[in-house]
Structure formats: structure tokens, C-alpha cells
Design a protein around this ligand. Structure first.
Ligand code: ACO
Length: 353
């Protein structure tokens, strides 16, 4: 018995924010953002629209695509590092919002940019254990709440447009290395058990190394603090993620290729058997670097980061869905998913369509 993806869907906000909109509120340029990251635009959620809202749009679309009703789903896995509430997680939010019966469990997982990849392996394991036959897996993140919204950011989605004070402009510029990279978005898949041994997940290799958490983390708002959030943390901007961009870049272009090699060995296939490599969309240069390290031609390494930026747990399911929709993913193909993100967590999974 294997587990197979029977449907997919996405939920992306309506607000398209082009690089030019960011040049109005910080010292950056379209040229810098494009040449360093490949990003041309990203989408920002409306105020009040969280990862559960985008996730539920994606989930409804995935259920429709799989021709399944809510009653058919036996468990939900929600991967996000930006839940609607500190607790509970998005599981019960989505259960109530979408009207799933209370008889099913909802699992909340994080793993940041590797969240969807971890969710795939968890879903596959739960199905192959025989306990559940049909699951919904959602990967969604909203990064706009990290942005200092009071400092002129509303103008990016057509809200209040005013002259920023020099202090506001300087503050936005001080975090420009991170803010220009991220967008909001969600994707979802329905995963089911299948007796057709040809199709399905072949293997996954997942890794964790927490020896350098500070390479990419949120320094404030944590339960080692007393209290877990206070005015001093807010004044220091501790709730805004800190990133050592070069360090993360270096890790990404070596660890993702290593994990792809490792999962191929585990499954007894060679790199050349892979038809399409779906890489977490953090930076076009990382995507190209991983493809090159593995000797893959550009047409085997699809990307959409130019349109969405990094949507963290959303990137892989959005990319998967778009590749299915435009015919780049065809029946019988061998697909490899790979990701690396804060933790660090990283890994790869092989899937025969
Ligand atoms: N606009 C203009 N200039 C900028 C910007 C900006 N938005 N951001 C930084 N700069 C400046 C810096 O101030 C610095 O200037 P200085 O040299 O005068 O000090 C300079 O640009 C740095 O340039 P580079 O060193 O060439 O930048 P680099 O090539 O390292 O690219 C980047 C930076 C894009 C952040 C890259 O390192 C990267 O993508 N890293 C990985 C990010 C990532 O993958 N994150 C993980 C996923 S997130 C998750 O898991 C939640």
C-alpha cells in the first residue's frame, strides 16, 4: 500500500505587491531585489486574513480537485509557523471554519520552510500505518504580520499612502534584507491510500540541526522570557525575524542537494531518474544553485518565486499545484520535493505521480 496525492489547491491573497511598492517605504530597488532573489512581486494578505483563512481557501480547492467531501477526510495536518493564534494552532480553527466533523484529529506542525515537506512524510507514515486512509495536508504562512505595519506598509496594498518620517524609512531599511523576500500564500493536497503499487511516495529523508538556531529565528516573544512578551522586546523589534542570509544561503545550496542524493539512495533510484525537482522557493539563486549542484537542466527545476516570493510552508504545495495545472507534472513522473528552512530543518521526498 502507498499514499498518493489525489487533489491540490492554492489560496493566495488578492493584493499583488510589486517591488516598486517597496521602494516607496525603504531604501531598496527593483534591480537589487530581482538580481539577488529573482522576486518581481509577492502577495500580501488583507488585515484580518491569516494563514488559516488562506489555508481554508487552498483546502476547499484541493477537496474539489480530489472530488472529495469534508466527511471523506479522516485527519488534517496543518503546517505553519504563523498560526492565527499563539495557541491553539490552526487545526481547530480550520476544523470549525470548514466544518469538519469533530470525530477527526487535526495535527499542527511547524518546521518553517520545511513544514510542508515534513507534512508529506507525516501524512505518508500515517496512511501507511493503516490508521488513516485519507488526509488533508495544508501548508500556509502569512509574513505580513512580521512587517512593522504602522510604518507605512498599508500603502503596499492600496491603504493609507503618506510621507514616511525619516525614522520610519530608516527602520524599514534596517530590515530590508528579510522583508523583500517574503509573501503570503497557502497550498493544500489531499493524500489517500492506494493499492496501485506503481504510484505514490517512495521515500523521504528528513534532517534537523539546531546548533545554530540564531541563523534564522525570532529572538523575542518566547516562553523562556518572563513575561513572554513585554514592551522592551517590542521596542527592540524582537518579534521581527533575524536572518544571517549568507549562512542560510550556504547551508541551502549544500544540504538540499545532499538530501536529494540521500533520498535517491534510500529509494534505490538515481538522480537521472528524477523528472522534476520541486525546490522550496526561498531565492531563485538558491533554486538554481541546488539544480546545478545536482546537474539538473533548468527545465527540470520549475520555479514561481518571481510571482510569490517566499511563502514558507506554502511554496511547495503552490509550486506542485501550478505544475500539475500547466501540465509539467504528468502521470508516471518521478518528482522530488526538497526544502530547507529555519531550525535548521531540511530534507527531500520522492513521489511517483
Ligand atoms: N535592498 C537593497 N540593498 C540591500 C537589501 C535590499 N532589500 N538588503 C540588503 N541589502 C544590502 C545590504 O545592506 C548589504 O549592503 P553593504 O554591502 O553595503 O553592507 C548588501 O546589500 C548585501 O549584499 P549581498 O551580500 O550581495 O547580499 P546577498 O547576495 O547575500 O543576498 C540575501 C542577500 C538575498 C538575503 C541572500 O543572502 C539570501 O537569499 N539568503 C537566504 C535567505 C533564505 O533562504 N532564507 C531561508 C528561508 S526563510 C525560512 O525558513 C522561514
Amino acid at each position: 500500500m502507498k499514499s498518493i496525492i489525489t487533489g491540490s489547491g492554492i489560496g493566495v491573497p488578492r493584493n499583488v505587491v510589486r517591488n516598486d511598492a517597496l521602494t516607496r517605504i525603504m531604501d531598496t530597488t527593483d534591480e537589487w531585489i530581482r538580481s539577488r532573489s529573482g522576486i518581481e512581486e509577492r502577495r500580501y494578505a488583507d488585515p484580518g486574513q491569516g494563514s488559516a483563512e488562506l489555508g481554508s481557501i487552498a483546502a476547499e480547492a484541493a477537496l474539489k480537485d480530489a472530488r472529495r467531501k469534508k466527511e471523506d477526510i479522516e485527519a488534517v495536518i496543518f503546517a505553519t509557523m504563523t498560526p492565527n493564534f499563539f495557541f491553539p494552532g490552526n487545526g481547530p480553527v480550520i476544523q470549525a471554519k470548514m466544518g469538519f466533523p469533530e470525530t477527526i484529529p487535526t495535527f499542527d506542525i511547524r518546521q518553517q520552510c520545511s513544514g510542508f515537506l515534513y507534512g508529506l512524510d507525516l501524512a505518508d507514515s500515517l496512511i501507511r500505518s493503516g490508521k488513516y486512509g485519507r488526509l488533508l495536508l495544508i501548508g500556509a504562512d502569512v509574513h505580513t504580520p512580521f512587517m512593522p505595519w504602522q510604518m507605512g506598509w498599508a500603502s503596499t496594498i492600496g491603504g493609507e499612502r503618506r510621507e514616511l518620517t525619516p525614522e520610519e524609512y530608516a527602520f524599514n531599511t534596517s530590515i530590508r534584507d528579510r522583508t523583500v523576500l517574503f509573501g503570503d500564500g497557502a497550498g493544500a493536497v489531499v493524500i489517500e491510500s492506494s493499492e496501485n503499487g506503481e504510484r505514490g511516495f517512495l521515500a523521504a529523508k528528513l534532517f534537523t540541526d539546531g546548533s545554530n538556531i540564531e541563523a534564522l529565528y525570532v529572538p523575542g516573544v518566547g516562553f523562556r522570557m518572563r513575561p513572554y512578551v513585554d514592551h522592551e522586546q517590542l521596542n527592540r523589534a524582537d518579534p521581527i525575524p533575524v536572518m544571517s542570509g549568507r549562512e542560510v544561503f550556504k547551508q541551502a545550496v549544500s544540504k538540499m542537494p545532499d538530501s536529494v542524493r540521500a533520498v535517491c539512495t534510500a529509494a534505490g533510484v538515481s538522480l537521472s531518474d528524477i523528472d522534476l525537482l520541486l525546490i522550496h522557493q526561498a531565492n531563485l539563486r538558491i533554486v538554481e544553485g541546488v539544480g546545478k549542484a545536482l546537474g539538473f537542466a533548468a527545465d527540470k527545476v520549475p520555479h514561481n518565486i518571481e510571482r510569490y516570493g517566499n511563502t514558507t510552508a506554502g511554496t511547495l504545495p503552490i509550486l506542485y499545484h501550478e505544475c500539475v495545472r500547466d501540465g509539467r507534472i504528468k502521470p508516471g513522473m518521478l518528482i522530488c520535493f526538497t526544502a530547507l528552512g529555519s531550525g535548521l530543518h531540511w530534507g527531500a521526498a520522492l513521489y511517483r505521480t
